[in-house]
Design a binder for this molecule. Structure first.
Ligand code: PRP
Length: 183
């Protein structure tokens, strides 16, 4: 059956097969680097839930997961810092922590999050992001593991939303301008 959201998509940037390949590669790299270590994967909700689910199943090592909800935006305007809406339940002191993100855009979310988590004295703290959008950067931050890079386009799918929709698209696509321009 055709996906009813397909009609809102201008073009596909990463199809399901390509995403599978990227997740396998990321999982392989992290499994190699963290062999014998039992890292804690910290997913920043909501977008990263899809990435986390696939990423963790590509890890061949022991790991644990926990979630945070943070907000970096009031409306569409960046505030430059984050508000914690839901914190971790795990004590990360002396843990190897990997933040798992769907996308780094301005970098504001991660920059603030890294500063916050560092204060809790993890043994190590690294970032794994499925996508990087360097053109959006306002805050200096880079990920240790990057799946793919995107340009300055309005992308949705694989966890990424527009007004909370399209997160369940199994691919990453560019949203048609007509969908968001009349709002
Ligand atoms: C998105 C994404 C990242 C953040 C990246 O989350 O999941 O967490 O924005 O943007 P930045 O680099 O400009 O800070 P969003 O705040 O839209 O929430 P969501 O995950 O619930 O969609």
């Amino acid at each position: 059956m055709k996906n009813e959201m397909d009609q809102d998509i201008q073009k596909i940037l990463y199809n399901e097969r390509e995403i599978k390949g990227i997740m396998k590669k990321l999982g392989g790299e992290v499994s190699r680097d963290y062999a014998g270590k039992n890292p804690l994967l910290v997913a920043v909700l909501k977008g990263s839930v899809v990435v986390l689910a696939d990423f963790m199943r590509n890890l061949s090592i022991n790991c644990e997961i926990d979630f945070m909800i943070v907000s970096s935006y009031a409306g569409t305007k960046s505030k430059g810092s984050i508000t914690i809406i839901q914190d971790l339940r795990t004590d990360i002191c002396d843990r190897d922590v990997i933040i798992v993100e769907d996308i780094i855009d301005s970098g504001i979310t991660l920059n603030s999050l890294v500063e916050l988590l560092k204060q809790r004295n993890p043994r190590s703290l690294k970032i794994c992001t499925f996508l990087d959008k360097p053109s959006g950067r306002q805050s200096e931050i880079s990920a240790d593991y990057v799946g793919g890079t995107v340009g300055n386009e309005f992308i949705v799918g694989y966890g990424l939303d527009y007004n909370e929709k399209y997160r369940n698209l199994p691919y990453i696509g560019v949203l048609k301008e007509s969908v968001y321009s009349h709002n």
